[in-house]
Ligand binder design. Structure first.
Ligand code: ASC
Length: 151
């Protein structure tokens, strides 16, 4: 019985390996997870800036630190050739990204610059959160305008 169970368990391994070995699907899932984490932390800061979420200095600083950490990741490396909208389903990444990867990278550098120091900038009161959200949102938008499918 034990032998049979072991064989059955082993038989499932190749299928799982195939699913994880699709580099295009992996890269799309990874960058979407990245954006989701970014959006969750932006949501916390934007909520505090608007007064929808009660300001709490530690919470604000942690959310901003998360954004700084995310901005330190080399996100553009997840944009593999062949993972554009129109080539595969389930992505809003416009083909223009690959037409000018240097500019795409420059846009991401813009987020990194906007995020620098954010965890300190949001301390000291709810009134300090809005300007940080504005700066970060501007960097998000600059890239979305050119490189994310509308709609
Ligand atoms: C966010 C979020 C975005 C950006 C964008 C800025 O909080 O989820 O995609 O900010 O709205 O223009």
């Amino acid at each position: 019985m034990r032998l049979i169970l072991t064989a059955a368990a082993l038989a499932t391994i190749p299928l799982a390996a195939i699913a994880q070995d699709d580099p295009i699907r992996n890269t799309i899932e990874a960058r979407q997870g990245f954006y989701k984490m970014l959006a969750i932390n932006m949501g916390t800061l934007a909520g505090m800036a608007k007064g929808d979420i009660e300001y709490d200095e530690t919470g604000a600083s942690l959310a901003a630190a998360n954004i700084e950490a995310l901005a330190g990741y080399d996100l553009p490396s997840l944009f593999l050739e062949g993972s554009a909208s129109g080539e595969v389903d389930g992505t809003a990444a416009l083909p223009d990204i690959w037409e000018d990867m240097d500019d795409f990278r420059a846009k991401f550098d813009g987020l990194r610059e906007a995020a620098a120091g954010a965890s300190t900038a949001v301390t000291g009161g709810a009134g300090n959160v809005g300007p940080v959200v504005g700066k970060l949102g501007g960097a998000c938008k600059a890239c979305h305008d050119d490189y994310r499918e509308k709609g």
